[in-house]
Ligand binder design. Structure first.
Ligand SMILES: Nc1ncnc2c1ncn2[C@@H]1O[C@H](COP(=O)(O)OP(=O)(O)OP(=O)(O)O)[C@@H](O)[C@H]1O
Length: 217
């Protein structure tokens, strides 16, 4: 479970205070995947980063009682001058996973051929996206955090493989996915929330959330 207990978060831009959350309380229950709808630039990444523990609230508390992933696409733990092989093995070890398995899984899933043994700094954006998604799926989490849907890869084969592994994983795990588009949430979310005026309004269904979101828009 992830629980936001009266969480406030804002940024000072030098001219104004940009409020993301204002004493917001919100809960992600195990087995109930949530889609969060919010327009661009209003705080989707900040909220996902707070769920992951990468950013701290100004006030209030974020409680985690499950294994929560890093956000999909997060490359913070990846060293650019090292190869995907070295990165995959190192990160697998950090998470207590067999490095042979971690390497083999990522090599198979991202399918970037000889580039897997070249420094990550030489990768295209799509290759980086595929590698970071593979890393996330190699590790076992209770809750997976996804910012704006699937990675922006043009590789249809990868999207299909990764999408079906994630779907399979969700039989036991939960996903939190944030997007500005209701369509992006359809595949994975069973409930939804809308970020509005610094609060996260929770709904039983995506349709209910969509009504509030589209009314605002
Ligand atoms: N460290 C920071 N300092 C100042 N402002 C910040 C900081 N981090 C984020 N912001 C601002 O807070 C707002 C929300 O940022 P965030 O990246 O969470 O939004 P988002 O909804 O994910 O955006 P996008 O849809 O464009 O990816 C933006 O206006 C952003 O410029």
């Amino acid at each position: 479970m992830i629980e936001f207990d009266h969480v406030s978060k804002s940024f000072w831009t030098g001219q104004q205070r940009k409020v993301i959350l204002d004493r917001a309380s919100f809960r992600v229950e195990m087995g109930r995947s949530v889609g969060v709808l919010a327009p661009n630039g209003t705080g989707k990444t900040t909220i996902i980063n707070m769920m992951a523990g990468l950013e701290k609230p100004d006030e209030g508390e974020v409680h985690r009682t499950s294994r929560v992933s890093f956000p999909l696409g997060f490359m913070g733990g990846v060293v650019n001058r090292n190869t995907a092989t070295e990165n995959a093995r190192y990160i697998a070890q950090l998470y207590g996973l067999d490095p042979d398995y971690g390497e083999a899984f990522c090599r198979w899933l991202c399918d970037i051929k000889e580039y897997f043994d070249m420094p990550v700094g030489t990768y295209s954006q799509g290759m980086r996206a595929r590698f970071s998604f593979s890393l996330m799926l190699a590790l076992e989490f209770d809750i997976y955090l996804i910012d704006e849907g699937m990675p922006s890869t043009t590789d249809a084969g990868f999207n299909k493989r990764a999408g079906s592994i994630l779907k399979d994983r969700l039989r036991d795990a939960t996903v939190v996915i944030v997007s500005h588009q209701p369509k992006t949430l359809e595949r994975f979310a069973t409930s939804a929330a809308v970020l509005r005026d610094g609060k996260l309004h929770q709904f039983e269904t995506l349709d209910e959330a969509r009504r509030l979101y589209e009314y605002d828009a």
